[in-house]
Each structure stands twice: as structure tokens, then as C-alpha cells.
Design a protein around this ligand. Structure first.
Ligand code: LIP
Length: 267
């Protein structure tokens, strides 16, 4: 499918409307599992809004979303949605959380939209047409590994993997400029896309965290992959490795493979 400009701008408007619904909202917080994995009433509000509006806009499409087991995988077109990526940040008023919406055709992302709920900054990409922030083209930086800022995390929802994450992060840290932990994977991948940061690694995140931002990074000239350095799965959690350049991505892959023989979620 060719993503027409009019379709893209309708999707952008719907995502912005969803962000406005929850930007200054009061909300309840509930545990999904333990005290680390939480969901707020705003996550549910956004997901229901997007489900309704994107479903009306494109009735043939299906949905694969973080909340409420809304996961229909056997359609040509699937919306992959994280209603709030960085829910812990959102719940604490830390302005690093986003709505992430990707449209996949036969498992290939063709449209990605990520909006920072607090600032309103909006990152978009259509496959083959480049990436934009607030409507203006963006691209990755050309910094080398030693000057790179490395966005990463410690396996938030599977703490038994924190040791190996620590080894990988420490190895990369000793060779790059510094490490950042913003707490919202979709925004972190967009920070690579716009040249603020250069490296990304997280051991087990879900398609709704990376489907939209991965396309945005790729369209901005960067490289993003699953564990094997190439393929990205869109129907299960995956290790995700990102880089501003082919060289930096390859070097980060080599570091990851030193400590992990296979993707902990790999089939
Ligand atoms: C979160 C991420 C965060 C990551 C967590 C989790 P959620 O998404 O964006 O960066 O470390 O593993 O996936 O749960 O807030 O949508």
C-alpha cells in the first residue's frame, strides 16, 4: 500500500488528539505484575481512543496493542500500538513518555508515528520517504563509537537478565562517550533518529515499543535490528540493537554477542 499524505496526516491528527486526552489528565495507577510493570487509566484511554479512531479510518486493519490483550495477528494490515511507552515516567510526571503507533503491511512497517505526550514533539516516517520531527526532515548523527551516547536499560521486566545487561552496557560504556537511561524505548530510538544519541540496546522489549520508532530510525539513515543484527520480529518480544551508522551498529552487535549466545526470547 502507498501511504497517501492525506492518510498519514489523519493518523498524525488522531495520535495528537490521543496525546491531548492524557497530557494533563488525572489517572489511576494499577499493577500489571509486581510493582515495576504498571498500567494507568490513561494507557487504557489512549488505546481505546486509537482503536476506535484508527479502526474507523481503516476498517480492514487489525490491532496488536500492549494493553487489554488486543492482539489480532492474522491480517494484512496491523496497527502496532503502545498507548503509553514509558508508563512509569508518565505516572511520575517525568516528561519522557510517548504514544507509539506503527502500521504494518504483511509484517513490514510502512508508517510510524511517535509523539512525546508532554512536549508534543512528533516523530513520523513513511517507508521509503525519510523521517521527520514536527514536519521537518531529521537524520542520524555521524559521530563515531567513542563519541556516542548509548541509550539502554537493565531488562526492566526480567531482572534475572540484569547481570548480562550490565556486562554489555559496561563493555560499551568503556568505549563510548556515556550512557543514558530515559525509560521510554520509542523516544530513545527517535533520539538516535534525530542525532541526539547514537547507540541503543535493550534485551527484551515488545513490538509496540519499537515498531514505529524502528522505522523512524531506519528512515533517518540509522540501523536497527533484532538480536541477529538483521531481522526484527514483530510478533514477539525481542532484543533490539540500534546504531546511527552501520559501523556503530555492527560494533554494538559484536559487544552484545560477546555476552549473549542467543536472543533470550528467540525461537
Ligand atoms: C517500557 C520501555 C522502557 C523499557 C521497558 C518497557 P512501557 O515500556 O519503553 O524503555 O525499558 O522495558 O518496555 O512498559 O512503559 O510501555
Amino acid at each position: 500500500m502507498i501511504v497517501e499524505k492525506e492518510f498519514e496526516s489523519k493518523v498524525i491528527t488522531i495520535v495528537q488528539e490521543a496525546a491531548n486526552l492524557v497530557k494533563d489528565a488525572t489517572f489511576d495507577i494499577n499493577a500489571k505484575s509486581g510493582n515495576v510493570n504498571i498500567v494507568t487509566s490513561s494507557d487504557l484511554l489512549v488505546q481505546r481512543y486509537l482503536h476506535e479512531k484508527l479502526g474507523e479510518l481503516f476498517p480492514e486493519s487489525g490491532f496488536y496493542c500492549e494493553e487489554e490483550d488486543l492482539q489480532e495477528e492474522n491480517k494484512e494490515f496491523i496497527w502496532v500500538i503502545d498507548p503509553i511507552d514509558g508508563t512509569m515516567n508518565y505516572a511520575r510526571g517525568i516528561p519522557e513518555s510517548a504514544i507509539s503507533v506503527a502500521l504494518l503491511q504483511n509484517d513490514v512497517p510502512i508508517l510510524g508515528v511517535v509523539v512525546n505526550i508532554f512536549t508534543g514533539d512528533i516523530y513520523t516516517a513513511v517507508a521509503g520517504e525519510g523521517a521527520k520531527k514536527n514536519g521537518k526532515p531529521i537524520s542520524v548523527s555521524s559521530r563515531g563509537f567513542k563519541d556516542a551516547l548509548f541509550c539502554t536499560a537493565m531488562s526492566t521486566y526480567r531482572k534475572e537478565m540484569a547481570g548480562v545487561c550490565n556486562d554489555i552496557i559496561m563493555d560499551a560504556y568503556m568505549q563510548c562517550n556515556d550512557v543514558r537511561r530515559f525509560g521510554a524505548a520509542a523516544l530513545e530510538l527517535c533520539y538516535l533518529a534525530e542525532g541526539r544519541c547514537e547507540l541503543y540496546f535493550e534485551i527484551r522489549i515488545f513490538p509496540w515499543d519499537y515498531a514505529a520508532a524502528g522505522l523512524i530510525l531506519k528512515e533517518a539513515g540509522g540501523v536497527v535490528s533484532g538480536f541477529d543484527g538483521t531481522r526484527i520480529p514483530y510478533n514477539r518480544p525481542s532484543t533490539i540493537i540500534g546504531g546511527n551508522t552501520v559501523e556503530n551498529h555492527a560494533k554494538l552487535c559484536d559487544i552484545v554477542w560477546k555476552y549473549l549466545e542467543k536472543d533470550p526470547e528467540g525461537k
